[in-house]
Ligand binder design. Structure first.
Ligand SMILES: *[C@@H]1O[C@H](CO)[C@@H](O)[C@H](O)[C@H]1NC(C)=O
Ligand SMILES: *[C@@H]1O[C@H](CO)[C@@H](O)[C@H](O)[C@H]1NC(C)=O
Ligand SMILES: *[C@@H]1O[C@H](CO)[C@@H](O)[C@H](O)[C@H]1NC(C)=O
Ligand SMILES: *[C@@H]1O[C@H](CO)[C@@H](O)[C@H](O)[C@H]1NC(C)=O
Ligand SMILES: *[C@@H]1O[C@H](CO)[C@@H](O)[C@H](O)[C@H]1NC(C)=O
Ligand SMILES: *[C@@H]1O[C@H](CO)[C@@H](O)[C@H](O)[C@H]1NC(C)=O
Ligand SMILES: *[C@@H]1O[C@H](CO)[C@@H](O)[C@H](O)[C@H]1NC(C)=O
Ligand SMILES: *[C@@H]1O[C@H](CO)[C@@H](O)[C@H](O)[C@H]1NC(C)=O
Ligand SMILES: *[C@@H]1O[C@H](CO)[C@@H](O)[C@H](O)[C@H]1NC(C)=O
Ligand SMILES: *[C@@H]1O[C@H](CO)[C@@H](O)[C@H](O)[C@H]1NC(C)=O
Ligand SMILES: *[C@@H]1O[C@H](CO)[C@@H](O)[C@H](O)[C@H]1NC(C)=O
Ligand SMILES: *[C@@H]1O[C@H](CO)[C@@H](O)[C@H](O)[C@H]1NC(C)=O
Length: 578
């Protein structure tokens, strides 16, 4: 990466809040928008401009011990986002991977594919006027290589963004939407168009559908559209303006071979057999399952089985762009009693600052019992301990900044790219800035310098502990005039896992010396989903304690954000495509 100093400096001069690896605590300036509606940071060694975090509720000495180890996956997008796309941070708020080279995504999570931890991403994709997507689903390995690229298997209809997840059989569950001509004369719409919600199970290695399930299709086997909660409004009039009456936004499969599907616009969860029949449904106007006190949900997202199918978690939005059903959204955990055909309230996770998120959002129950809630349209996420105690709240934007979901996950990766180096010199000192986008295993950076025109003669000069995304290596060069600098990345086993190019202060660079080879087996357990047993191969999460004075925190003002369109109801039909 050729980074030109003058470019970076002029870029820096244009932005007021440009601190590398900056994290704020209870900052009223941030929350009020005084730092901009999408505060971002910049680096010397990288063109990344990730969102800066503001800990609305910072963790402290009593709560930090409860935080579950892991990294945070966000996918900020919106008119106030500098560069849309997937971002991985450590829990202290330092960037780990900037995935914006792939562009905007909505689903952005880790999963397991053929025994390896991978990243799933919807990219590239287009958000259509109807509020659904048409794009591709990617599986990315822990060297950031795309190992599968597939879409819906529907005769040209591309994959929607609302869900991608992998099954234990290495198949992918995805969503798709198709506009269909439909008789909407009951709604006074002539030549009506309805949006069919589709769940597909795809074999990523072939791109072929193993199973397809549609909300429309067999007229004799449908749910009445009057069961849906959104009128067509001005939609339903044309193929590019269909009525999204069902709005699928989550699909799961269990080992019985049945599918659990969320319909936002019917406020309902459908359990569909492998033959395409609805086995039961929870919620909405015709729940077949008895809903006990406290279990009603509306406009929900991220419906998941929990605890061996004895519980269901979901993000209960409690509102849309045009309707507020209560004073706040919530994470909701339901106890599912299959034998008694009923659901009961187990627990809820309420936001720190009571607000309804009109769209998006998710609930991630972690192995420890901790829970991460992504507040969707509101650029906040929160972690709670297993007792429901709030551990911290992070704000990652102020204006139109949204992340469809927020995840906490373990992720170790060693990119195929080289570390990046930027050299800044003055008369007395040299400062070397280094970063390696996506690398999780670097512990120490060793600096090399060459006084000769032959960079290959560089010798080791110093070691600096990796600090955040970009490590700043100050070097007093008053007595020696080095022409080229280089860094090597050491992992926790004191093995070199990468060499940078040799880089001069004018930005010119040359590749490493021929004898600077890296033993790839000294990288972390590349490709293994199981953490290595070797000591300390985890990415370190430095605990942060807020030292700021106890300012009263302010909530992120909710802006008039992107609204997903409306809709209503139906039935699942199966098109088994074997
Ligand atoms: C390293 O140098 C090579 C050859 O000049 C160049 O193609 C590559 O982009 C450089 N890599 C980095 C990370 O600077
Ligand atoms: C995935 O496949 C599509 C269709 O061939 C292509 O346009 C896109 O560039 C591919 N994405 C990646 C990351 O290779
Ligand atoms: C697939 O799409 C083509 C072109 O739009 C169309 O002619 C054909 O009938 C479609 N096939 C099916 C099975 O829908
Ligand atoms: C359809 O139009 C008729 C006549 O204007 C009106 O009485 C009726 O309420 C309308 N129905 C709906 C569903 O809008
Ligand atoms: C995995 O495949 C087995 C054998 O075909 C099947 O019984 C099981 O239901 C499948 N599980 C999932 C989650 O697809
Ligand atoms: C229903 O649950 C609410 C809390 O969600 C509780 O305050 C109320 O007492 C419950 N009502 C009944 C009849 O159990
Ligand atoms: C999950 O539940 C099923 C059915 O009740 C039971 O047979 C199975 O043993 C359970 N599995 C685990 C891991 O508890
Ligand atoms: C990450 O790994 C650690 C150590 O194995 C484990 O305690 C933690 O639950 C994992 N975190 C997540 C989010 O899976
Ligand atoms: C040069 O670096 C040394 C050590 O980091 C520092 O003490 C000194 O102030 C620096 N001098 C200048 C002129 O930047
Ligand atoms: C690599 O080769 C250079 C000369 O080209 C030599 O000075 C250096 O010591 C060698 N390094 C190693 C690790 O062998
Ligand atoms: C940096 O640390 C590595 C690993 O401990 C060590 O092998 C190397 O000699 C150190 N380099 C310097 C310049 O101290
Ligand atoms: C909560 O958010 C609102 C705006 O939605 C704001 O006016 C209020 O100050 C916030 N309250 C707290 C305690 O953060």
């Amino acid at each position: 990466m050729q980074l030109r100093k003058h470019f970076l400096l002029s870029f820096l001069a244009l932005s007021s809040n440009v601190l590398a690896d900056s994290v704020l605590f209870e900052s009223n300036e941030y929350s009020s928008g005084a730092l901009g509606l999408g505060p971002f940071q910049t680096f010397m060694s990288s063109p990344s401009t990730p969102a800066i975090w503001n800990f609305i509720v910072p963790y402290n000495e009593s709560t930090s011990g409860q935080i579950e180890e892991g990294l945070i996956l966000l996918a900020p997008r919106g008119t106030n986002v500098n560069s849309d796309g997937g971002l991985i941070y450590d829990k202290a708020g330092n960037l780990v991977w900037d995935g914006t080279e792939f562009g905007q995504t909505l689903t952005f999570k880790t999963d397991t594919y053929k025994g390896e931890t991978v990243i799933l991403m919807w990219s590239p994709g287009t958000i259509l006027g109807s509020g659904v997507g048409a794009g591709y689903d990617l599986i990315i390995n822990n060297q950031y290589e795309v190992i599968a690229n597939f879409t819906a298997d529907l005769n040209g209809t591309l994959a929607d963004f609302h869900d991608i997840r992998l099954t234990s059989n290495d198949t992918a569950l995805i969503t798709a939407y198709q506009a269909k001509p439909w008789d909407l004369s009951a709604f006074n719409i002539t030549n009506g168009w309805l949006l069919d919600s589709i769940a597909q199970e795809i074999d990523p290695s072939t791109g072929k559908a193993i199973f397809t399930c549609k909300s429309l299709g067999v007229a004799s086997d449908h749910v009445n559209t009057s069961l849906c909660y959104a009128s067509p409004g001005s939609s339903g009039t044309a193929e590019d303006n269909p009525w999204d009456y069902f709005h699928i936004n989550a699909v799961n499969k269990d080992d019985l071979g049945n599918y659990l599907i969320s319909s936002r616009h019917c406020h309902s969860i459908y359990y569909v057999g492998s033959d395409g029949n609805i086995i039961w449904n929870i919620g909405g106007m015709n729940s077949s399952v008895t809903m006990n006190n406290g279990t009603t949900f509306t406009w929900q997202h991220d419906v998941r089985w929990q605890n061996n199918q004895t519980q269901i978690s979901l993000f209960d939005n409690e509102g849309t762009a045009w309707e507020l059903d209560s004073s706040s959204s919530r994470g909701l955990l339901l106890d599912f009693d299959a034998a008694g055909n009923q659901v009961s309230f187990n627990k809820e996770w309420l936001p720190y600052n009571v607000t309804v998120s009109e769209s998006q959002g998710n609930v991630g129950i972690l192995d420890s019992g901790n829970t991460i809630i992504g507040w969707g349209q509101i650029p906040w996420f929160s972690e709670y301990d297993s007792n429901g105690q709030l551990l911290y709240v992070v704000q990652f934007g102020v204006g139109d900044v949204q992340s469809y979901r927020a995840y906490s996950a373990n992720w170790t990766a060693t990119p195929t790219t080289r570390p990046s180096v930027f050299v800044a010199e003055n008369e007395f000192n040299t400062t070397v800035y280094t970063s390696w986008n996506g690398a999780t295993e670097v512990v120490t950076w060793q600096l090399y310098g060459s006084t000769s025109d032959s960079p290959q003669l560089a010798i080791p000069l110093s070691n600096t502990t990796k600090n955040g995304f970009e490590t700043i290596i100050p070097f007093n060069s008053s007595s020696t005039n080095y022409k080229y600098y280089q860094v090597a990345a050491f992992n926790s086993n004191e093995k070199i896992i990468a060499f940078s190019n040799f880089t001069a202060s004018d930005g010119s660079s040359q590749g490493p010396a021929a004898n600077q080879t890296v033993d790839s087996s000294s990288n972390n357990s590349t490709g293994s989903a199981t953490p290595s047993s070797s000591a300390g191969l985890r990415s370190t999460v430095s605990p942060i304690f807020s030292t700021s004075s106890p300012l009263s925190s302010t909530g992120g003002a909710l802006q008039n954000l992107v609204r997903l369109p409306s809709v209503l109801a139906a039935l699942w039909i199966i098109v088994a495509l074997l």
